[in-house]
Design a protein. Structure first.
Length: 405
């Protein structure tokens, strides 16, 4: 197993601290592997194997442990003394009422608890009720570009000689870890990703939210995917369906979007008015949990390249712990404003800067911002990389591999 240090480092800071460690993320994004790597670290530190309790609730072995009382009794049977035990529960949402059992573990036993889930609603009403103030969330993305390069080096034992060529492959293949543990054609890879997508749709949206019209849900998915990187609202979706002679009310659209967002199939990025210093409630942008989801559902479309590049940058910013917004400054748009602690970074994303009008369109909004925070133009230009008045122009591969922004 290849270590994903960005997440393990974060987890190490909370080992044996009195918090439930909650790993969330899209299905097959690597949560289970990170838990297993953590188990290995416990063993290296001298924790006895019997004091590590690992349960994957998607395994047939644990199908009968499907309710809180059964989970509690199972864990109770494994705790034989007052020593410290480490409990790692993978895909905990499969257990009905799991939060009651986890809360009891903290009260009744000397334990350190880690759980994973494939739905963000895991952290809403359930945890807020039982574990308020006693958990920390660590969100797991699919592989970043830097992690993809690490996986390739580990698998092939070859040095990376052309990062731009590698980015072209990453752009098409996406970041699901399973795709980078062996050789896959694009066609085979997209079949694998479509199965992941189907599982996420069925188990993390349809079943969890009791959605009856699956065909309509998938039409909404395709609308979102086809408009990646564009601003739109639920009303835009309703109008689209109206033109297709299909009536759908706004509440249904909101429910479907929330369900998809909850399963990390899509991300909603709100707009922020720089001058008014307020978050706007209309015309957000939506992105996908991994660019390969788009290809698996829609096929590869060259015309979506700008939106896909934005998607990759957005996931990188989120993966580095930034809060991400779409920027509005007067009548101009800034693709991303990202904030972390006291830091802020502005990013414009474009395919290529081939025309003077494109250069002006991308640079001008950033030139009008008069603060001293870093500002970037990110493209796929391999030759033209001029900086203008402190605004840095980077090839996207170079940008993604920066130590910090």
């Amino acid at each position: 197993m290849i270590k994903r240090e960005i997440y393990l480092k974060h987890l190490r800071n909370f080992i044996d601290k009195p918090f439930i460690k909650v790993l969330t993320g899209l299905r097959r994004s690597g949560k289970s592997t990170i838990l297993k790597l953590l188990c290995d670290e416990f063993k290296i530190k001298g924790v006895a194997e019997g004091n590590i309790i690992f349960i994957n609730f998607e395994s047939f072995e644990f199908t009968e442990v499907d309710k809180a009382d059964k989970l509690y009794k199972f864990i109770q049977s494994r705790i034989l003394n007052n020593q410290r035990y480490y409990i790692l529960l993978d895909e905990i949402q499969e257990v009905v009422g799991w939060e009651k059992a986890v809360n009891s573990f903290l009260v009744d036993f000397n334990v350190d608890v880690y759980i994973t889930g494939s739905n963000s609603r895991l952290l809403s009403s359930e945890l807020a009720t039982y574990l308020a103030g006693r958990y920390i969330e660590i969100h797991i993305n699919t592989l970043s570009f830097a992690e993809y390069l690490l996986f390739k080096r580990e698998r092939t034992h070859e040095q990376i000689t052309n990062r731009y060529h590698e980015f072209d492959y990453f752009l098409r293949m996406g970041g699901f870890p399973v795709l980078h543990t062996g050789e896959y054609t694009y066609e085979t890879a997209y079949k694998v990703v479509f199965d992941i997508y189907s599982s996420a749709i069925l188990r993390d949206t349809v079943q969890r939210y009791n959605i009856r019209d699956v065909e309509l849900l998938e039409r909404v998915v395709k609308f979102v995917f086809d408009n990646i990187g564009n601003k739109f609202s639920a009303k835009n979706i309703a109008d689209y369906f109206k033109n297709q002679f299909r009536k759908i009310d706004l509440n249904t659209i909101y429910n479907y979007l929330n369900a998809l967002e909850g399963a990390f199939i899509i991300y909603r990025i709100p707009r922020y008015d720089i001058k008014g210093k307020e978050i706007l409630k209309t015309n957000e942008k939506y992105f996908v949990g991994d660019q390969s989801l788009l290809y698996a559902v829609m096929g590869f479309k060259d015309r979506l390249i700008s939106g896909v590049l934005e998607n990759i940058v957005m996931l990188e910013l989120i993966g580095r712990g930034y809060r991400v917004f779409v920027g509005k400054s007067g009548d101009k748009e800034i693709d991303f404003i990202a904030e972390r602690n006291e830091m802020k970074v502005y990013v414009q994303v474009a395919y290529k800067m081939t025309e003077p009008s494109t250069i002006d369109r991308e640079f001008r909004p950033l030139l009008e911002i008069r603060d001293h925070h870093p500002k970037y133009i990110v493209t796929m230009d391999e030759l033209w990389k001029d900086n203008i008045e402190g605004i840095r122009h980077k090839h996207i591969a170079d940008f993604l591999l920066l130590d910090d922004f």
